[in-house]
Design a protein around this ligand. Structure first.
Ligand code: SAH
Length: 385
């Protein structure tokens, strides 16, 4: 595998980003398989209708939803408030198993847990639970694989398999919530407080499923899980029409933009979708998002030694961002196997931070949790595949 594959034209990023991903992005498949229908795919009205279709009273929709979204269970034998025959039929029809844990990796004394999931059709996706003293963050996948072809990203190098369904996305968070509630994560029983769409996939290329997942995660129990919208971050390569569409939903979710370079010449190679939407257009989209939602934009910037970490690029980035509702999240590159690239030297990283701060731009450097368990960026799935 070349360290820096150049994307072939048939893997060019989706030009109508807000619409469905064209099948040409899916590798070697005539048709994309559809996961079984699950309660989490449906809004409450749809659940009531589906339950009525089964010949059960519609109010069972609320009971079943409470089990899944409030108690994190899909097991009929744990639903003692439902008549036995009803619970079996309802669970079979509306709570089919979607994800099977293929591997579980733990580090940071048990507070970072990565799960490699197998979907019903054999695709692999990853999620990561990171518990901190004051919060617990679930990092979730929105697609099996990714079609955006960023050369430094393990998922990008593997290509897109398919979009995840809403329930497949939600199920990753429910699994994390169940684990935290059980008390098996050091720190005592807890809750998922934050969700980041920074696992595998480009969330805005799977717009409808991701948006419905955001609603399920943030609607109050029993409609959804009741997590605060402000604690949800959707991270994108910069699909400008989809950013505008998301802004128009008037949600309070945080938008993260994976910029990685302040100039088009370099960004065209690091984030190939930049050939379609340039740095200036992406930032314009981000500023409109901030204006509409009042939410501060997060700019993601993986620091790659001698590639994008020069002082002049820090200055250029600082001048583009200065005065806007924004902060920069610097990510030391987590090199993919065989990559010719590596993380920036500590001096370069410090200087990059200093220059951004010199422009009055707030900066954080992301901690590198989960490195030893291939915690970042699709590397576990790549190693199993
Ligand atoms: N497709 C979305 C979300 C997935 S990745 C996006 O691009 O934003 C989440 C973040 O991890 C992105 O900023 C991505 O560029 C970054 N990332 C991917 N591979 C990485 C690596 N090897 N080292 C550091 N950051 C990486």
């Amino acid at each position: 595998m070349p360290a820096q594959p150049s994307p072939s034209p048939d893997r060019a990023p989706d030009a109508q980003a807000a619409g469905p991903v064209p099948l040409t992005l899916a590798r070697g498949r005539g048709a994309v398989a559809k996961p079984p229908r699950h309660l989490a795919d449906l809004p409450m009205a749809g659940r009531r209708a589906a339950i009525a279709d089964l010949g059960q009273p519609a109010f069972r929709a609320g009971q079943l939803s409470r089990h899944f979204f409030g108690r994190y269970t899909d097991r009929a034998d744990e639903m003692s408030d439902l008549p036995r025959d009803a619970r079996d039929a309802l669970a079979r029809a509306l709570l089919p198993p979607l994800l099977t844990a293929e591997r579980e990796l733990v580090c940071d004394e048990g507070t970072t847990r990565k799960t490699l999931w197998r979907t019903f059709d054999g695709a692999l996706v990853e999620s990561v639970l990171m518990r901190y003293p004051d919060r617990a963050t679930m990092c979730v996948s929105s697609q099996a694989g990714c079609g955006m072809a960023c050369p430094f990203c393990a998922t990008g190098q593997a290509g897109l398999t398919r979009n995840l369904s809403t329930a497949e996305i939600v199920a990753q968070v429910v699994a994390g919530a169940r684990l935290l509630a059980s008390g098996d994560v050091p720190g005592g029983p807890g809750r998922v407080s934050n969700i980041v769409f920074m696992g595998m996939g480009e969330p805005l290329a799977n717009y409808a499923s991701v948006l419905a997942a955001v609603r399920r995660l943030t609607d109050p129990v029993p409609d959804g899980m009741g997590i605060s919208q402000r604690s949800v971050t959707v991270s994108t390569v910069g699909l400008v029409p989809a950013i505008a569409r998301l802004a128009a939903e008037h949600l309070s979710v945080t938008l993260a933009v994976s910029l990685h370079a302040p100039d088009d010449e370099l960004r065209d190679t690091l984030v190939p979708v930049n050939r379609r939407w340039k740095v200036a257009e992406v930032l314009e989209g981000a500023w409109s998002y901030a204006a509409t939602t009042g939410r501060r934009i997060s700019i993601e910037y993986a620091l790659i030694r001698d590639i994008n970490d020069q002082a002049w690029r820090a200055n250029l980035l600082g001048s583009l961002l200065a005065g806007h509702l924004v902060y920069v999240n610097l990510i030391p590159l987590n090199p993919t196997p065989g990559s010719k690239w590596t993380a920036s030297r500590p001096e370069a990283q410090r200087e990059f931070v200093r220059r951004l701060e010199g422009h009055g731009v707030p900066v954080t450097v992301r901690d590198t949790r989960g490195r030893e368990i291939d915690g970042a960026c699709g590397q576990l799935a790549a190693s199993v595949q």
